[in-house]
Structures are given as structure tokens and as C-alpha cells.
Design a protein around this ligand. Structure first.
Ligand code: ASP
Length: 625
């Protein structure tokens, strides 16, 4: 039989009571986390979002409360009325924040019962993620999830505050709008009122935020939901949240300063001090040093080992002398057997026109000097695992050979990329041995008990880095054309403008990415603010005037009404929270995420709809096959 709440008032949160509260009369409300029946004494661990408190139901003191205590089960919702008292010396639990006290109950009200869930929020590790997501409301009660969402809230609040303090106005932009060209597939929403016409959900607020600059708002930001119909990954969901901002008359450095302030504030809210300013690296240099545009600086990078080989050696080893020859080491892996090395081979991307050498014994037999020199160049110790990656002349991939002085060619980038991907896969695989990621885990763990005032030094755990000087275009192997590497509103370097048509490969984009620990955290650019340049970019992208007009005519029009120079950036909020929560998947920091198969298993979306709904939307479903 359930009780009514009546006019019972909660006085405290369960997790907040301490020894200094002894003697206080309290009313607590929450969920039964655990229940232990010792005959005349029943112990309930009562849980709310602040933590857990032990409630004692003594048959002598409250026969009625005790009788109810016999009935309650885990996850029942109860109210306990009683007095805080100090626990007996031998009953103190130093692992609990409230471990020195307990509630001597005089009344228990059972406010609601609960079906037996397939798992208990009191358990730490629940294996089946699908079950967790189906019963998300139970899953979210777990301490870890409560902590993740509190963290998310604190970080978001701090970022918001930081941007407001820097003069940014928060302005909302539409969800039902027109396609934004971010390179992903759109989610479309059929219009009931306009038969056969569709809205697109925003891939980002890009065009609108630029129009807000034309509108004179000077500095805009939004914690914006973005939608992209892409395959899901650990760090990618169909909908995600960006800290999106745009500013008028900025130089790139102004954008960096704004973001460094707000990243520092966000990290501080999570108890981590993030040193600023962040280091910078050009795209080409990042490729040379890490083989990726989202470098993880926690492990040694790539080293040019060309000097270790004679031309004859390269010839015998069948290495392309015209392409990069690099090596990297994964520290402390120890000696690997042939079988263990072979198990690593599927981690190497063979489609990049590159090959690798990981058998140093064999290399040492044929080319002892080269083998020794490579190990010396990468500064390897005996226990480090060293891998050489180089161009494979026997595997000539389709790529552009265009080469401009001072810039990397597509073919070179491919070799660096093969090395960089192999490096990061092996780094993940041997994480327990090299221990470089553990530092981050430890700082994250320690930060959970810190706050803004006591923030701990995050310089060894988090490695932010700005990437600059990206190529404006990349070579599309399928069509043999140079296509934009970024959204088409990205400005080219003023100095490179003259080459857009003649030498697209040489043109640098005035855009930048923020990477941290192997993740892309954000990207942005200085925008094109002149219509003539915008049209030139569209035409170099093969977007005809008609197409440009149909897709972004409204924006091109707006550009003609006094557009200030402007630029901005968007940070992936979910990813920032994921890093600071020490989570391996975005699902841990998004309350109601989709599975890898793009399904909301709790709400059971997507689903089919009624004929009537389809009719109203002027749609008919045609099944394939
Ligand atoms: N709209 C871009 C994105 O979503 C960010 C930007 O350029 O500001 O990646």
C-alpha cells in the first residue's frame, strides 16, 4: 500500500549530511539503493542525486516504519523522517561521504514502488549497453552517469559565462531550415503545407551565424544542436552539440584567444587547469610529425629516417625514394613474436600506397647500419617497438602528383597518413604497456574531486593544439578534380587568391582546427565576406551560378548588403565533456543517444508512421526490392 506525499517537506539531500549535522531532524526523499534486513533492524541506503545516506528502521522505535521497511525493494521511492545520529565507531564507513552518520527513522513513507529493473543502478559495471539504453532512466541514476551530466552542466555553464563575459550574445537559429553545406547528408523534414518540399535540419548554424554578422550583432554564440546523417562512431552521433560562435572583424588570433579563454573556463569547471596559449602547428607539419590532422601529442611522433638508407638499400628494400620514409616508436612494448607482429598487420591501411617494416631483426641482417641508424634517429630504447613506413613503388595509388614548393603533395600526405593511422592504432593496442594514456586517466580521476578553486594541473594529461594552414582543396581520386576540403564559405589566404584556378593545390585556407589527445575538438575559419570571391570559390568548386543561387541565393544576396569581414569556429561540446568525464564513447555524456545502428532503443525510434500522416505530408513509401 503506497503512501501519499501529503505536505511532507524534504529538508536535505541524502549525500550532504555530515557528522556536524548530528541531532538534526530531517526529511529525506529518494530511491532505495540497497536494503539489508537484520531482523529488528532494517538498513536502507537512500539515494538521490547528491549521494547516499543510511536510514535505520528500528522495530522498537517505529514498528510501522519497520513493517514498511520489510516491504520495500530496490528502487522504491520513499521518504524517511528522523534524526541524524553519529554511527557507532565500528560502523563508520570511510568510503562513503556520509559514512559517519545515519538517520534514526521515526517514519517511513513509501511514495512509489518499482518493477525489478534488469540491472541495478547500485552496480558499477553493467555489461550490456543495449539494456542500459533501453532502461536509460535507470541507467542515468547510476553515480557515474549522474556525475557525467553534472559535469556537462558545469562545463556548459562555464563556457556560456566565459563567452558572455567576452561580449558574445546568445542567439538561436532555426532547426527547420535549408541545407547547410558541411559535407554530410542532410536530415530532411517534409512540409505538410508545401507539397513535395522539404526543410533540412541544420548540419550547423553556419549560414545563419554569418548572416548575424551581416546583421550587426558583432559577436554571436549558441550552444547549438547540429544534425548530420552519417554513420555513427564512438565520437560521432547523428545529433550533437556545438559551441558555435562567430565574430566580426577578427583576425585568426582573436578567435584563438576567445576559444582559449572559454576552454580554460570549461576545463576549470571540471577541476582541471588547462595552460594557455595552446601551441600551433601547420597542417603540413602535423602531417610530417604525426601523420594526421588531429595529433595525439602524448606519444612520440614520426621521424624522417631517409638518412638511414643508401639509395641501393632503398632499391633492394623496394622503397620509393621520392616519397617520405618515416619511423615511429611505441614505447615499452617489449619484444614481439612474429605472430604478435602479424596480428598487428590488419591495423595498417594498405590503400595509401605505403608499406611498413616492423621486423628489425630481419632488417638488421640485411642492413645492419640502416637498422641501427633508424633506432638511433627515433631515439628508441631496447624495449621500444619501432616501425618504418614508406612509399611502396609496387602499389601506385591514384593520387595527384601536383607538388608545390614548401607544400606536401597528395601522395606524400597518403604515406604520412598511413604511418599516422598505424601509430594511433598501435598506441591504442599497447596502451597498457606504454602507459601514456594512463596519465590522462589519472588526472581525470583526480579532477572528479576538484573544483574551480582547487583545479589540478592538466598540462600532462590534455594536449590542445591549433592546426593552421590547411590546403583549401583536396584531390578527389574518383573524379580527378580538386574539391573543397572545408565548407565553401572558408576564405583562402589573401596571398594565395590569385592561384585558385591555376594552382588549386597550392592554395591555403584561412581555417583552423583545434585538436586534443587525438580528437578533433573544433574547427572554424575566417570567412569570405565579398560576393566576388564567394562566386569565384563556388565556380572553382564546380557549383554553377544557378546551383549556387538555388542553394544559397539568400546568402549571396545578404553578402551584397554590407558584410563585415568575419570569422568563427565551432567546438564539439560532447567531445569536450567526453574527455573530461574520461569516457570512451559519446553515449556516456549524451542523455538519450542513439546506438551504433542509429536507433533510440528506449523510445524505439525511428518507426514507421500511419498512412494518414504520410498522406498529409504528400509522401508514399516505396519498399526496395
Ligand atoms: N560550421 C563549422 C562546422 O560545423 C564550424 C565553423 O566553421 O564555424 O564545422
Amino acid at each position: 500500500m503506497l503512501d501519499f506525499l501529503g505536505n511532507l517537506q524534504r529538508t536535505d539531500l541524502c549525500g550532504n549530511l555530515r557528522a556536524t549535522d548530528a541531532g538534526k531532524q530531517v526529511v529525506l526523499m529518494g530511491w532505495v539503493n540497497r536494503r539489508r534486513d537484520h531482523g529488528n533492524l532494517i538498513f536502507l541506503d537512500l539515494r538521490d542525486r547528491s549521494g547516499i545516506c543510511q536510514v535505520v528502521l528500528d522495530k522498537e522505535l517505529t514498528p510501522e516504519g519497520h513493517a514498511k521497511g520489510e516491504q520495500v525493494r530496490p528502487e522504491y521511492v520513499v521518504a524517511a523522517v528522523g534524526k541524524v545520529r553519529l554511527r557507532a565507531e565500528d560502523a563508520i564507513n570511510p568510503k562513503m561521504d556520509t559514512g559517519e552518520i545515519e538517520i534514526e527513522a521515526t517514519e517511513l513513507r513509501v511514495l512509489n514502488d518499482s518493477r525489478l529493473a534488469p540491472f541495478s543502478p547500485a552496480e558499477d559495471a553493467i555489461q550490456n549497453e543495449e539494456v542500459r539504453l533501453k532502461y536509460r532512466y535507470v541507467d542515468l541514476r547510476r553515480t557515474e552517469m549522474q556525475r557525467n551530466f553534472r559535469l556537462r552542466h558545469e562545463i556548459t555553464l562555464a563556457i556560456r559565462e566565459s563567452l558572455a563575459n567576452q561580449g558574445f550574445l546568445e542567439i538561436e537559429t532555426p532547426i527547420l531550415c535549408k541545407s547547410t553545406p558541411e559535407g554530410a547528408r542532410d536530415f530532411l523534414v517534409p512540409s505538410r503545407i508545401h507539397a513535395g518540399e522539404f526543410y533540412a535540419l541544420p548540419q550547423s548554424p553556419q549560414i545563419f551565424k554569418q548572416i548575424l554578422m551581416i546583421s550587426g550583432f558583432d559577436r554571436y554564440f549558441q550552444i547549438a544542436r547540429c544534425f548530420r546523417d552519417e554513420d555513427l562512431r564512438a565520437d560521432r552521433q547523428l545529433e550533437f552539440t556545438q559551441v558555435d560562435l562567430e565574430m566580426s572583424f577578427p583576425r585568426r588570433d582573436d578567435v584563438f584567444t576567445v576559444i582559449e579563454h572559454c576552454m580554460k573556463a570549461g576545463f576549470a569547471a571540471a577541476g582541471v587547469d588547462l595552460p594557455t596559449p595552446f601551441p600551433r602547428i601547420s597542417y603540413d607539419e602535423s602531417m610530417r610529425q604525426y601523420g594526421t590532422d588531429k595529433p595525439d601529442l602524448r606519444l612520440p611522433g614520426l621521424v624522417d629516417v631517409r638518412p638511414a638508407f643508401t639509395d641501393a638499400a632503398l632499391d633492394t628494400l623496394q622503397i620509393d625514394p621520392a616519397l617520405p620514409i618515416v619511423a615511429f616508436r611505441i614505447p615499452k612494448v617489449g619484444e614481439l613474436s612474429r605472430k604478435q607482429r602479424e596480428d598487428n598487420h590488419p591495423l595498417f591501411d594498405t590503400k595509401k600506397g605505403a608499406k611498413f617494416i616492423d621486423d628489425f631483426k630481419r632488417l638488421g641482417k640485411g642492413f645492419p647500419e640502416s637498422a641501427a641508424k633508424v633506432r638511433e634517429l627515433v631515439a628508441a630504447s631496447d624495449t621500444d617497438f619501432v616501425i618504418i613506413v614508406a612509399g611502396d613503388p609496387a602499389h601506385h595509388i591514384k593520387a595527384s602528383d601536383t607538388k608545390f614548393p614548401g607544400r606536401l603533395s597528395e601522395r606524400e600526405i597518403n604515406v604520412y597518413n598511413a604511418a599516422g593511422n598505424f601509430r594511433s592504432e598501435l598506441a591504442k593496442k599497447y596502451a597498457d604497456r606504454h602507459g601514456a594514456f594512463k596519465v590522462t586517466e589519472e588526472i581525470v580521476e583526480a579532477s572528479h574531486s576538484c573544483n574551480v578553486e582547487t583545479a589540478i594541473d592538466g598540462s600532462q594529461a590534455f594536449h590542445p593544439i591549433w592546426l593552421t594552414d590547411f590546403p583549401m582543396f583536396e584531390y578527389d581520386v574518383a573524379t580527378g578534380k580538386w574539391v573543397p576540403a572545408h565548407h565553401p564559405f572558408t576564405a583562402p589566404y589573401e596571398a594565395d587568391m590569385a592561384n585558385i584556378v591555376s594552382d588549386p593545390a597550392s592554395v591555403r585556407a584561412d581555417c583552423y582546427d583545434l585538436a586534443m589527445n587525438g580528437l578533433e575538438l573544433g574547427s572554424g575559419s575566417i570567412r569570405i565576406h565579398r560576393k566576388d570571391v564567394q562566386q569565384q570559390i563556388f565556380s572553382s568548386l564546380g557549383i554553377s551560378e544557378e546551383e549556387a543561387k538555388a542553394r544559397f541565393g539568400f546568402f549571396l544576396d545578404a553578402l551584397e548588403y554590407g558584410t563585415p569581414p568575419h570569422g568563427g569556429i565551432a567546438l564539439g561540446l560532447d567531445r569536450i565533456v567526453m574527455l573530461l568525464a574520461g569516457a570512451a564513447n559519446l553515449r556516456e555524456v549524451i542523455a538519450f543517444p542513439k546506438t551504433a545502428k542509429a536507433i533510440d532503443v528506449m523510445a524505439e525510434a525511428p518507426t514507421s508512421v500511419t498512412e494518414q500522416q504520410l498522406k498529409e505530408l504528400h509522401l508514399r513509401v516505396v519498399k526496395r526490392g
